[in-house]
Design a protein around this ligand. Sequence first.
Ligand SMILES: [Zn+2]
Length: 75
Amino acid sequence: MIEPRPSGQGGPDACLRCGTDMRTMGIEEFRIGGTSGGWKLLFGEWAELGEQMIKFEMLACPSCRHVEFRVPAGE
Ligand SMILES: [Zn+2]
């Protein structure tokens, strides 16, 4: 499914807010589960499966400083 982009610019990594190409900040590993309540807000039942490491690629927009996480390719 390809949705039209209203801004008409930017590639697959374009910022959702302003359309500027986002810069990857690398892969970060996060430990989820355990007692930290914040993860439960983000991941719900997934966080209750137990403590585990998950990887996210972090992207930052140099223009509006919007930050996005996505699952790295191949994970
Ligand atoms: Zn932006």
